[in-house]
Write a protein that binds this ligand. Structure first.
Ligand code: NAP
Length: 234
């Protein structure tokens, strides 16, 4: 593992993405972070930048294919190399297949799957042997949650894509890890009736990501499933 890695994190300003950024900020030489809200990105840059660490911010809506392509082009120009790619941006929209807005599944397939696909393919050429791709999947990648079937569909697709990438990146010496968290405290859980302690803390996920990266290159954590001790919330 490189001791001062160049790291890219999508969906980095809040929740799990922000916790991962904070975890890597202590050692990374460059953090490249993506989200939609420019003010949050500016605030993050001010909070994390220090001598020895540059924080480059990219404002892009990854639910829009043209903005994903623009982001990939900008990163290809700007990145000398990339050691850690964290495809984290994703959204959960509740509903049922028969009743939900017909755009729900399309939106989540674009953001949760296709943006990761484009970014991974687009940046593969700047990732050296020894680098690491980490995708934020979910326990919904392996299990159907009846209150959010379209989310489960998108996360199943994402996990299968990551597995395929793992085989394709292996000859290049690049490790691929799928993180599958259970319910984790973030804005999407605001207003729920149970205590915050019933959910994972985003720092738990960041620690799992860090552990995966910290392993020597001859070992790979392929999948990490992490749940609250009391299990899922259906
Ligand atoms: N929280 C959970 O319970 C849980 C459980 C399992 C898996 N996950 C997965 O973990 C990942 C992060 O979830 P989270 O709960 O930490 O999310 P979150 O707290 O809602 O934060 C989402 C981050 O992604 C950015 N983002 C959202 N939509 C975007 C878009 N269209 N384009 C670019 N950036 C976008 C947000 O910033 P802007 O709003 O400024 O764009 C923010 O930085 C997702 O892939 C999610 O499926 C979450």
């Amino acid at each position: 593992m490189n001791s001062d890695p160049v790291v890219l994190i999508t969906g980095a300003t809040k929740g799990i993405g922000r916790a991962i950024a904070d975890r890597f900020a202590a050692t990374a030489s460059e953090l490249h972070v993506v989200a939609r809200n420019q003010e949050d990105l500016n605030a993050m840059k001010s909070a994390l930048e220090r001598p020895g660490l540059s924080v480059d911010i990219y404002c892009a809506d990854l639910s829009k294919p043209e903005e994903v392509s623009g982001l990939v082009a900008a990163l290809q120009d700007r990145l000398p190399r990339l050691d850690v790619l964290v495809n984290n941006a994703g959204v959960y929209l509740p509903g049922s297949l028969l009743e939900e807005d017909a755009d729900n599944l399309r939106y989540m397939m674009q953001l949760n799957v296709l943006s990761h696909y484009e970014i991974t393919r687009g940046l593969a050429s700047v990732m050296p042997s020894g680098s690491h791709i980490i995708n934020m999947a979910s326990v919904a990648s392996r299990k159907l949650f009846l209150g959010k079937p379209s989310y489960s569909i998108s996360k199943h697709a994402q996990a299968t894509m990551v597995e395929a990438f793992r085989y394709e990146f292996r000859p290049r010496g690049i490790r691929v890890t799928s993180i599958m968290p259970g319910p984790t405290w973030s804005a999407s859980w605001e207003g729920v009736s149970f205590p915050e302690s019933r959910l994972l803390n985003a720092d738990h996920i960041a620690e799992a990501v860090w552990s995966a990266w910290s392993l020597p290159p001859e070992a790979v954590m392929e999948e990490i499933v992490i749940r609250p001790f009391d299990g899922d919330i259906e």
